[in-house]
Structures are given as C-alpha cells and as structure tokens.
Design a protein around this ligand. Structure first.
Ligand code: NAP
Length: 265
C-alpha cells in the first residue's frame, strides 16, 4: 500500500498537511511524540476520508528514531512513496543564554533526523524510480536571524541540503521540494524554548498564516511538482527583496532592530 509519511503530524502545520493528503485519498503514516493526539487524528482521518491512517510515536531528537521508523514501516508493510519532513522546533533569545542541550536538539531534530529519514526512505524511492520528499523549512532559511541563531542556521542547512539533494534525485524520478512557511499560528511559539520575552516580542504584529492556509499552499506547490516554494504572497515578496541584499547587511540591520525592540544596548 502506498503511504504518505508525515513527521510532526500531531498538531500545527503537520496535522493540517495530514488532512490535505487524506482529502486527496492518500493513506498516511503519522509520526510525533504524543500518542493520544496521533491516535485521535488517525481515527478522525479514517472516519472522515475513508483512508488508512497509521501512526508511530517517536522522539526525533533521539538519533535512533529514524531507523526505528523506517524498520517499523517495513514491518507493517507500508510502502512510503511521499515523505514530508515537517517536525521541527526553534529557539529565541541570546544564544549564550539558551540551554545548550536544547540548542543541540534543534540540530538533531531539524537536520540530523531529517537527513537520516531522507537517507532511509529515498533508497526505496530510487529503486522504484518514483517518490516525493518535502522538507519543511522556513522563511528564515533565506535570512540570517540574530537572536534565533541556531534555528536560522538549521533552516539554512536545510535549504542547501534540499537544493543539492533535489538535483541528485532528478535522474531517478524522485522529486524533492523545499517548502518554506512564514510565521504561522501553531504551537511553535509556545514551546519552552520560544516561550520567552524574545520570542513573543519579536513576532508580535507579524504577518501570520494559519496551518490550514500553509497546508493548502503546500498541496498546490506539490501538484505543480515545485522544487521550491515560500508560503504566503507577503512572505514571498519579503524573501525576494532580502535576496537583493547582502546577508551580512541583513544580519546587521535585524540585529540592531531586535536590540532596540528588546532594549538591549
Ligand atoms: N509556526 C511557524 O511560525 C513556522 C514558521 C516557519 C516554519 N515552521 C516550521 O514548520 C514545521 C512545523 O511547525 P509547527 O508550526 O507546526 O510547530 P508545532 O505546532 O510546534 O508542531 C510541531 C510538530 O512537531 C512535533 N515534534 C516536535 N518535536 C518533536 C520530536 N522531538 N520528535 C517528534 N516530533 C516532534 C510535534 O509533536 P509532538 O509534540 O507530539 O512530538 C508537532 O506535531 C517546523 O519544521 C517549523 O520549523 C513553522
């Protein structure tokens, strides 16, 4: 059975993506840590869309989880033809004050586990000469972002990795897309790493999309087999404009602006 695997599907953007794929008749394998939420979502998807919805609970901050997810999907006879690497977390504040273990977890979750999942599943896709991998980045992948240094770095890595990997996959008819949301109303800013004065102040009054709007744009980009898409017209304009400036200039400008906002000399 052909199945779409979505990580971070127990809430926010990942859950909205699950509903979009289910509405198109895809069978699903959802991954996150919260068993109760995953179980409820799978039941809802099955009843509403008459699809098979499976889940695996796993912590992708654990480096063994990608292999476990791959082997578990094989054991259950699920053939993954679309992989949506969505699970991610961020942090905000002064890097030197942030908890180091938590900063390193961002790199494990947003980068290392995503690379490992891609590595496991792409081999099967290449063998079948068919498949699609969607990596959920962020607008921040395009702009240096002082006071979100590790998160910004993780998404910059994801951009370069995805563009390079997408080219390598072309001869095998495996499509790879970098999909970049802007600020989205989810639980993202309520995690302990982001739920601080910096996160709240710096994102106040920002242009936001809902997870459903983001997921809907993702499906349109997926339908067009895009390699790259920034969600939201204002976000796309912003990314285009900042693309005309030097990264160093952007870092200096944002650094100064954020220090002013936070009253830091
Ligand atoms: N929200 C934004 O403003 C925004 C903007 C740009 C990009 N993004 C990106 O969009 C993606 C989804 O973010 P979101 O806004 O939907 O965030 P969210 O509401 O916090 O949801 C994150 C999802 O990832 C899962 N997750 C978190 N840590 C995990 C772990 N260690 N192992 C397995 N699953 C984990 C969570 O489920 P459990 O807690 O059940 O594990 C949840 O399902 C992320 O990659 C984020 O960087 C978000």
């Amino acid at each position: 059975m052909k199945v779409t695997l979505i990580t971070g599907a127990s809430g926010g953007i990942g859950k909205a993506i699950a509903f979009e794929f289910a509405a198109k008749g895809h069978h699903l394998l959802l991954v996150a840590r919260n068993k109760e939420k995953l179980s409820t979502i799978c039941s809802e998807l099955h009843v509403k869309f008459k699809i098979e919805a499976h889940y695996i609970t796993a912590d992708l901050c654990d480096k063994n989880s990608p292999q476990f997810i791959y082997e578990e999907s094989k054991r259950r006879g699920l053939s993954i033809n679309i992989l949506v690497n969505n699970a991610g977390k961020g942090s905000s504040g002064e890097f030197y004050k942030n908890i180091l273990d938590s900063e390193l977890e961002i790199i494990q979750l947003n980068n290392a586990s995503l690379v490992a999942l891609s590595h496991y599943f792409v081999k099967d896709m290449i063998a079948k000469k068919s498949g699609y991998i969607i990596n959920i980045a962020s607008m921040i992948a395009f702009i240096p972002s002082p006071y979100m240094a590790v998160y910004a770095g993780s998404k910059h890595f994801l951009k370069t990795f995805t563009y390079s990997f997408a080219e390598e996959c072309k001869p095998y008819n495996v499509k790879v897309m970098l999909f970049s949301p802007g600020l989205t109303t989810s639980n993202f800013m309520n995690t302990k790493e982001n739920n601080n004065d910096w996160g709240k102040t710096l994102t106040a009054n920002s242009n936001t999309q809902t997870p459903e709007e983001v997921a809907n744009e993702l499906m349109i980009a997926f339908g067009k087999e895009k390699v790259f898409h920034v969600s939201g017209s204002k976000n796309r304009f912003f990314v285009k404009m900042t693309g005309l400036m030097s990264q160093r200039f952007i870092a200096k400008t944002f650094g100064k602006q954020k220090r002013n906002q936070m009253g830091l000399k």
